[in-house]
Write a protein that binds this ligand. Structure first.
Ligand code: BDP
Length: 685
């Protein structure tokens, strides 16, 4: 058991359930849709394994009314299912019970087949009717052409660019199966810090080879586009989006791409951000840049995903405000096939951030939500942190943009402002490691992303329990405590790393481990000290109207809530407020005491996870059990390190004693400051 099979780990069901596993799978003999054929093959594979050779519980009929006479004859109501939704029903035909997987299109049939398998694996009744609420459900690979992965902690890129297109690693098929099982329908193959080379003919041929493998699984390929490619590849003197020769270059490039990848999805663009070129270099707006690319893709049906992750020019006073400041005035100026892709929070994938203020603030623009599945700021692939809860927390946040109930999920699924082009992106945690993601539990974060992209209102706990059941065992004596542990894991990390709304205190560059003392980097907003603003008197970033007024970027009730410490709540307290160390918290303790207690609580929680995992040993095979146990031990050590280094540093500023019973840090502050991690994985280069 090396975790390669992910949650598609088909094993014989308990004896009593085997008879319910269908013995036959029928598609129309004339069926040509590769996705329906892939669905059939997956069902064969799953049924053979799950029945343990003892199945035979009837037949499954698969297809769409358009191509399958048997499905058509059933006159099912598929009206509300769109292109990708599905219906799994038990019906009687010719006096025999049949399970039908029906949809309006091949993708729906494929998703329905995976749903049926999932239900059988989990021992649930098989009937289900479901359609995705979000249209573009995509992974962003930050994979470089040399196979390194920016912020990747699971080995090299799975894209073996060098040997493509001649050799297509069979692993691409398993990648596609896993994504299809979640409804993920697109993938951006290369890093947002893009090289123009990915748009040259040889690399387009490689991307086309990947697209050919993914197509039968309903997945489209996209590329990150480097904005200056017309200069680098085309020999032009400018990449100005309003220059006709630049526009013509991109049109020709798009035509060339669609000749080799007829269903190419489009471009993802990081522009004028962290040194990347963009329209601002020519005095043009983000909308000018995005619309130029959109115009080139439009005849072919492609989309532009234009990122709002910018923090270079304006407003040096507060990085958290910059994306809003730059993008909000552009609302309504983007072409219809552009989505603006916004990170979940206003800074950068921290263990906890408030929702990004752009959500709800650009009603005339489809906003795509970007989560980071790879745990750049959350202990890499070592720490067990279930991100389903982080994702769900953002999605259920109320922007109040159109009154109460204007949740981020409703912005993203388009229902709040009436958008049909909608999307959710996850920065992939996938690599060439045998277990794909660097640890078994990190697979749950890929899983949760996919399930929440399909239904942004799904419950993180339900998804966790489902994943645990599929990946290990459905025995409630296992699945329930594991779901509890997963649900508690994110708060535990917040407690031992960045409690009470603190953020961005990680070591420079690699982002491994604590470095709240760093304050000497060239740009102010690169320094942890910029984010916590601690001194002898207090700690926290004043984002109220007396400070940077980032709260003013939120709609009325949200702004009012964040404006006062009493109503902000503990989770975002120091994100929005600079407070004296003696500030009284609701329970009566001081801020300082509470802060230390949170660190202690975080460390204790991880110790508790280890104990719980030890107790679950009888349910798990040796290989997966021990790797998880090893990683939990490292996590406990690193949680203590975070706690000790942070407490030692804050105390060097405020000179205070620790609250009673709270242990002294293991080492003096200088010890923590001297630690170096030159070969930490995933660094940008
Ligand atoms: C930051 C990462 C950096 C990415 C950047 C981005 O440190 O490697 O390039 O996000 O999202 O968090 O573009």
């Amino acid at each position: 058991e090396d975790s390669y099979e992910l949650w598609l780990r088909y094993r014989p069901l308990p004896a009593a359930a085997r008879a319910g596993v269908p013995g036959a799978v029928a598609v129309d003999p004339a069926e040509r849709d590769a996705r329906v054929l892939a669905a059939r093959d997956e069902l064969f594979r799953a049924f053979a394994a799950m029945s343990g050779g003892m199945g035979g519980g009837g037949e499954v009929v698969l297809g769409t009314p358009a191509t399958s006479a048997r499905v058509r004859a059933l006159r099912l109501d598929l009206g509300d299912l769109g292109d990708e939704g599905y219906l799994v029903r038990r019906v009687m035909t010719g006096g025999r019970p049949v399970t039908v997987v029906a949809a309006n299109g091949g993708a729906g049939v494929l998703y329905g087949a995976f749903a049926l398998i999932r239900r059988l694996q989990l021992g649930r009744p098989v009937e289900e009717r479901s359609a995705p609420k979000v249209r573009l459900r995509v992974l962003n690979h930050w994979d470089n052409l040399d196979r390194s992965v920016e912020r990747g902690y699971a080995g090299q890129s799975i894209w073996d660019w060098w040997r493509l297109p001649g050799h297509k690693d069979p692993r691409y098929v398993d990648y596609a199966r896993a994504n299809a099982s979640l409804g993920i329908n697109g993938t951006i193959l290369n890093n947002v810090n893009a090289k123009a080379d990915s748009l040259t003919a040889p690399y387009l041929a490689k991307a086309a080879a990947v697209a050919d493998v993914l197509r039968p699984y309903g997945m489209k390929v996209y590329l990150s586009a480097r904005f200056s490619a017309p200069i680098e590849l085309g020999g032009l003197e400018t990449a100005d989006p309003l220059d006709p020769s630049v526009q013509a270059w991109w049109r020709a490039k798009a035509d060339e791409i669609y000749r080799v990848i007829p269903d190419f999805g489009g471009f993802l663009v990081k522009a004028n951000s962290e040194g990347q070129p963009g329209p601002r270099d020519y005095g043009r707006s983000h909308a000018d840049g995005a619309n130029m690319l959109a115009e080139a893709l439009r005849p072919h049906g492609g989309a532009v995903m234009w990122r709002a992750f910018v923090y270079q020019e304006t407003d040096p006073e507060d990085r958290a405000k910059q994306a809003y400041t730059e993008f909000k005035p552009q609302d309504g100026r983007f072409a219809p096939n552009v989505l603006v892709q916004v990170k979940n929070g206003p800074i950068d994938f921290q263990p906890r951030e408030p929702f990004h203020p752009l959500f709800g603030a650009m009603p005339r623009t489809p906003l795509m939500l970007e989560f980071q599945i790879t745990k750049e700021y959350l202990g890499f692939a070592t720490h067990l942190v279930y991100l389903g809860e982080l994702f769900a927390e953002t999605l259920r946040s109320d922007t109040y943009a159109r009154g109460p109930g204007s949740t981020v999920s409703r912005v993203v699924d388009g229902s709040l402002d009436g958008h049909r082009l909608t999307g959710m992106a996850g920065v992939a945690n996938i690599g060439s490691d045998r277990d794909w993601t660097g640890s078994t539990f990190d697979q749950a974060n890929w899983y949760a992303f996919g399930r929440l992209a399909w239904d942004p209102d799904a419950s993180a706990r339900t998804v966790a329990a489902e994943w645990a059941g599929l990946t290990f065992t459905t025995d409630p004596a296992f699945a329930r405590p594991v779901a509890d542990l997963m649900m508690a894991s994110r708060q535990a990390m917040v407690d031992y790393m960045t409690p009470l709304g603190l953020a961005h205190l990680m070591g420079t560059g690699h982002h491994h481990g604590p470095a709240p003392w760093v304050s000497d980097l060239a740009r102010p907003e690169w320094n942890p000290a910029y984010y916590h603003r601690a001194d002898a008197r207090g700690i926290g970033f004043d984002r109220t109207s007396k400070g940077s007024n980032a709260v003013g970027q939120y709609a009325g009730p949200a702004a009012r809530r964040f404006a006062r410490p009493e109503t902000t709540g503990e989770d975002h307290l120091l994100w929005f407020h600079h407070l004296p160390w003696d500030h009284r918290m609701p329970g009566g303790a001081t801020l300082w005491e509470t802060l230390v207690r949170r660190y202690d609580r975080g460390v204790a929680a991880v110790a508790g996870f280890r104990a719980r995992w030890a107790g679950l040993r009888p349910f798990v095979d040796a290989e997966r059990w021990s790797k998880t146990a090893d990683l939990l031990k490292v996590q406990e050590e690193e949680a203590r390190w975070w706690r000790d280094a942070s407490v030692a540093y804050w105390r060097s500023l405020n000179g205070r004693a620790l609250p009673p019973g709270s242990p002294e840090p293991a080492h003096p502050l200088e010890y923590y400051k001297a630690l170096r991690f030159p070969y930490a994985p995933g660094q940008a280069h």
